[in-house]
Design a protein around this ligand. Structure first.
Ligand SMILES: [Zn+2]
Length: 273
């Protein structure tokens, strides 16, 4: 990932000199969060750093890895991340070090860039969240705090941006279902009158695949991702795992799973469709 020259706010590591006084600035008051930060720094053999970055309003923090293998949490320049935001990104960094892959699309047909971004944001990332959200809850943190706050606003809509392919709306529903997995009543209440019945049914079927699979390893995550995509997006193509690409950054190997997209089969591969 590209590292721009942003202002480095501070270097923090629980084991670094001065680490104790770093914690209040990053709001890592939770002992399990402090331990996680230390684990991440140890797995990269580098201090984890936070970088002040302009981020869109719906992004509360982002994980990145510098070319030298330094684990980075990008934090918004204009807002303070919550402890849950920081822990969320620390878990992503931990999983990347354990071999969980980024994804890239390989297709002979033209797949719009916006779709590739949405596949990551609304399908791959939510699937990965199911691996660590239970641990966040066990730490006493609410991983869905932003989603719950957003949709509790009566004027909120959960829709695709103008100009995005219409198939994307089912992806946003899938993402919302996963985020509100512990609170399905809130999901139903919010989508009432806002989402097409077929999209609701399909997103529910895709969630069922995820719940049944419960991926817990890098390979299982990609296998579940491919199944979920073949349920959600049969009109776009037939998805399959292509190959893994690996790049060494510092002491860590960063993997990218290449997802092959071939001609649509016309069959929606959902459990009960
Ligand atoms: Zn995430």
């Amino acid at each position: 990932m590209r590292l721009l020259c942003f202002l480095v706010l501070m270097i923090f590591s629980a084991s670094a000199p001065g680490g104790a006084q770093d914690i209040p600035i990053f709001k890592l008051t939770n002992p399990a969060a402090v331990k996680l930060l230390d684990e991440v720094s140890q797995s990269y053999k580098r201090r984890t750093i936070a970088i002040d970055t302009p981020l869109p309003s719906n992004i509360h923090a982002a994980a990145s890895i510098a070319e030298d293998g330094t684990p980075i949490i990008k934090v918004p320049i204009d807002r303070d991340p919550t402890e849950a935001d920081l822990v969320h990104e620390l878990f992503h960094l931990k999983l990347i070090a354990e071999g969980y892959a980024f994804i890239k699309i390989d297709s002979d047909a033209q797949i719009p860039k916006v779709m590739e971004t949405r596949l990551f944001e609304w399908v791959k990332d939510p699937i990965e969240h199911t691996i660590f959200y239970p641990r966040m809850r066990a730490m006493g943190l609410n991983p869905s705090e932003h989603v719950e706050a957003t949709i509790s606003n009566a004027a909120a809509r959960f829709a695709i941006e103008p100009g995005e392919p219409s198939e994307m709306s089912v992806l946003s529903l899938f993402s919302l279902r996963v985020a509100l997995q512990e609170n399905p009543e809130l999901f139903e209440q919010f989508v009432k009158g806002k989402a097409a019945g077929n999209d609701l049914a399909v997103s529910g079927q895709a969630l069922e695949i995820l719940v049944r699979d419960r991926p817990q390893t890098p390979d299982e995550e990609i296998s579940t991702l491919v199944k979920v995509l073949n349920c959600l997006l049969p009109s776009i193509g037939t998805f399959s795992f292509g190959h893994l690409e690996a790049v060494k950054k510092g002491t860590v190997t960063v993997r990218t799973a290449v997802i092959r997209v071939d001609a649509p089969s016309g069959v929606r591969a959902c459990p009960a469709y």
